[in-house]
Design a binder for this molecule. Structure first.
Ligand SMILES: CC(C)(COP(=O)(O)OP(=O)(O)OC[C@H]1O[C@@H](n2cnc3c(N)ncnc32)[C@H](O)[C@@H]1OP(=O)(O)O)[C@@H](O)C(=O)NCCC(=O)NCCS
Length: 173
């Protein structure tokens, strides 16, 4: 599968079926799954990968990209889009998870920036959001470094959630 986006340290591409083993390992890791409903079994990762990631991407809908660390060509997580219903409004969320071996090197920020640009320049979206648990300080920093601002606090899937957002500056561009 060819690269869709390249950054100095990352290759981003669509997920494929053969990513299952690597993704299942990550999704069984409690650190990778922090601030979620918990670790995934291989079966849960299979549904996530095939139904929530690959199927929408193949239908031409915004989805998550596989993140590969360039030097090792290793799948280290994902960054991209989830379609969410927040307070009854359909939104496109930028989401990300990275293997803990790669935290605090600026990699999530490097990925989130190009994903935000992709949202506005390629997908021509008017706005994107990020949904963040108030105690998830690292994710909040990534979102802030990505130029998003706090819009409101709400309850999402039963959890207190900060809604960060960012609008395309020039809608006609
Ligand atoms: C959130 C996550 C993607 C961040 O990835 P990352 O590659 O480490 O992020 P970056 O290195 O680009 O930036 C992290 C920032 O958070 C800061 N940070 C990290 N841990 C922190 C903490 N406990 N308190 C405050 N700031 C923290 C870092 O210092 C850095 O900010 P800085 O550049 O101003 O110093 C990663 O921690 C992760 O996958 N966590 C588990 C899944 C998750 O929470 N996903 C987000 C769901 S909304």
């Amino acid at each position: 599968m060819e690269a869709l986006i390249e950054t100095p340290r990352l290759i981003m591409r669509h997920f494929v079926e053969t990513d299952l083993d690597a993704l299942a390992l990550s999704m069984a890791n409690p650190d990778f799954m922090r601030f979620s409903s918990g670790v995934f079994t291989r079966e849960q990762t299979t549904s996530f990968l095939f139904e929530r990631v690959i199927a929408p991407a193949r239908a031409g809908l915004p989805s998550q990209f596989a993140l590969l660390e360039r030097e090792e060509n290793r799948l280290i997580g994902y960054c991209g889009f989830f379609r969410q219903l927040v307070d009854d409004v359909a939104e496109i969320e930028i989401g990300y998870r990275l293997h803990p071996d790669y935290w605090n090197r600026g990699l999530a920020t490097e990925a989130a920036r190009v994903v935000r640009d992709y949202a506005f320049e390629v997908l021509q979206l008017a706005r994107v959001i990020s949904l963040i648990h108030p105690a998830n300080h690292a994710s909040r920093r990534v979102t802030e470094k990505n130029g998003m601002t706090l819009e409101k606090e709400t309850t999402f899937r039963g959890f207190p959630t900060l809604v960060f957002s960012c609008a395309r500056t020039n809608p006609s561009s």
